[in-house]
Unconditional design. Structure first.
Length: 169
């Protein structure tokens, strides 16, 4: 068993099935790749090195969350136990706030892209406007529903267009 709290914390993260980050930065919520893949930042941790070393970590992808402490609950005094619980609660609140902020930013980016999208009229794969469609609507428009930026910008070169009746939109 290691006596270095940082190394013990990294070991606990690894024991949960995640690849621990190379560097642990104490005191602030950090994101890391739980799979080791570049760009995968679903893992998170917060490590406290003041007082009794402790921390929390998890994976946003599967909603897992764990806490770690260098001292067992039975070995702590009541004061130490209360301080540890308060830290873990503060870490949970910070994690939830960061997740909500990230979700809001993602939703705003998607809305901006959607609002900027144009109907795919004139695209080689669209149907020409008709007097009446089989459903009784005057014309059928096609909209790009692909999540890629190219399509959302309506570049006219994407083949991922889906026919939709205007009443569906």
């Amino acid at each position: 068993m290691t006596t270095d709290p940082l190394e013990a914390f990294r070991t606990a993260i690894a024991a949960s099935g995640m690849q621990p980050p190379e560097a642990i930065i104490p005191g602030v919520l950090q994101r890391f790749s739980p799979t080791g893949k570049h760009g995968d930042l679903a893992g998170w941790y917060v490590f406290f090195d003041d007082g009794i070393p402790s921390g929390a970590y998890g994976n946003w992808r599967d909603s897992s969350q764990m806490s770690w402490c260098s001292k067992s609950d039975n070995d702590m005094t009541d004061t130490e136990r209360d301080a540890h619980r308060q830290r873990m609660e503060a870490a949970r609140k910070q994690r939830d706030a960061d997740k909500a902020q990230q979700q809001e930013a993602t939703a705003q980016a998607a809305k901006t892209r959607w609002d900027a999208a144009q109907p795919a009229t004139g695209h080689p794969y669209t149907l020409p406007p008709r007097e009446s469609s089989p459903t009784g609507h005057e014309s059928t428009e096609m909209f790009c529903l692909s999540p890629c930026m190219t399509c959302m910008a309506n570049c006219g070169t994407c083949s991922r267009y889906t026919p939709m009746e205007p009443s569906v939109l």
